[in-house]
Design a binder for this molecule. Structure first.
Ligand SMILES: [Zn+2]
Length: 144
């Protein structure tokens, strides 16, 4: 499972499927053609998405909406997090290794690669990009 942030009000465009490209169909898309958003979006694992929601002071419910009026406050929180490694230390995780729950004659091990500062900063910047886009275009940001 994962958590995606995106702007559903953003304009969309159709990405024609291979068949429509080969048949040179234009404007008559089939159900295999894909409609994609022109706005930015970001997808995180549940664990990383929940850490971001918590860091921004947002609800940990499975889905939610950020309204344009709330974006400046969230951008301020992001700025505080981005400006100092100390402020985002709680978003980092050390790598872990422990025996896995499944049994195997070869012995299985669960490896968690951890989360370093570079990854945390990248995720914060992805959220910031979405919030700035939404703010500039008066769109809401949704997550689920
Ligand atoms: Zn098609």
């Amino acid at each position: 499972m994962s958590i995606t942030f995106w702007c559903p009000d953003a304009p969309t465009r159709t990405l024609p499927c291979r068949a429509c490209v080969l048949l040179e169909k234009r404007g008559t898309e089939c159900n295999r053609c894909e409609t994609i958003s022109e706005g930015p979006s970001a997808n995180f694992s549940n664990e990383n998405g929940e850490a971001l929601l918590k860091a921004l002071g947002l609800s940990l419910r499975p889905g939610g909406v950020i309204y344009p009026k709330d974006i400046p406050q969230l951008l301020q929180r992001l700025l505080v997090l981005l400006n100092s490694e100390d402020n985002r230390k709680h978003l980092m995780r050390a790598p872990i290794s422990r025996p896995a729950r499944i049994s195997s004659p070869y012995g299985c091990e669960y490896l968690g690669m951890g989360t370093g500062d570079t990854q945390v900063v990248r995720r914060l910047k992805e959220i910031r990009e979405i919030l700035i886009y939404a703010s500039e275009n008066a769109h809401t940001v949704h997550w689920h």
